[in-house]
Design a protein around this ligand. Structure first.
Ligand code: SAM
Length: 239
């Protein structure tokens, strides 16, 4: 990274959603670093987590936490700063802010208040998982996390007739339950489970749902971050 290149780009007035790596820090873009370096404030989910990225690239930024725990209190404070023409960069713990994280609400409110909103593109876990899955990529539907309790069955039932490739985010402790329920509601579809993308233990487990369930059931521990990719109803493509 040549510092001069970074100096030529600076954070614009308003809110800039900055995509950061989903694991491998080398995936950060030059533009992302330049924006983080020149922002008045970098909003992040976890300051300790974002500090690792900033430290790696020698960036000193004013960090402010913006997460599920303090969203209500932070939102008016941040909107006020944006109305005063601050240059604010928003990052999430991983990937593109606004995808299955609290950034979406801030972005929506900023747009409603006529604040300029920009985005610096970069990694998103579901895109990586989709292209690595071997399942059809021409039409797909991203469902984020399934509801934990209320609405879970209804969502699963609605997915049973979905013809497009389906993408879900899942945590390690819910993986088995979700795979079993997908089998129950969708049948023995082709599936790919992407684990720890771009990290040291990256792994894609592909096959029929029963095979993939068997693979994970045989493990002592299920660790890491997961994206589940499932073939749509009557998908013609073989996995
Ligand atoms: N904003 C992020 C994005 O652009 O992908 C996602 C944020 S969401 C709160 C976190 C979820 O994304 C994780 O629970 C996991 O399902 C998925 N995820 C994030 N990083 C991942 C990785 N390296 N490998 C697999 N899944 C990942």
């Amino acid at each position: 990274m040549v510092n001069k290149e970074r100096e030529e780009i600076s954070c614009p007035v308003g809110l800039t959603l900055v995509a950061t790596p989903i694991g491998n820090l080398a995936d950060v873009s030059h533009r992302a670093l330049a924006i983080l370096q020149t922002a008045d404030i970098v909003l992040c989910e976890d300051t300790r987590h974002t500090q690792i990225l900033l430290k790696r690239f020698g960036i000193h930024a004013k960090l402010l936490s913006y997460g599920v725990h303090n969203l209500k209190a932070r939102l008016p404070q941040v909107l006020k700063k944006l109305q005063e023409e601050a240059r604010i960069a928003l990052v999430s713990d991983a990937g593109t802010p606004g995808i299955s994280d609290p950034g979406a609400e801030l972005c929506r409110r900023a747009i409603a208040e006529d604040v300029p909103v920009h985005a610096v593109p970069g990694p998103a876990a579901f895109v990586q998982a989709l292209v690595l899955s071997g399942l059809p990529t021409s039409r797909f539907v991203f469902e984020g996390f399934l509801p934990h309790k209320k609405g879970r069955q209804t969502r699963l039932k609605s997915l049973a007739d979905e013809p497009r490739t389906i993408l879900l985010y899942e945590s390690p402790h819910r993986l088995m339950k979700t795979l079993e329920q997908l089998y129950e509601y969708l049948g023995n579809r082709s599936i790919a489970v992407a684990r720890e993308l771009t990290k040291l233990h990256e792994e894609i487990v592909r096959g029929k749902l029963t095979d993939v369930i068997e693979t994970f059931a045989s493990r002592e521990k299920i660790l890491g971050e997961f994206v589940i990719v499932i073939a749509g109803k009557d998908s013609k493509e073989k996995s």
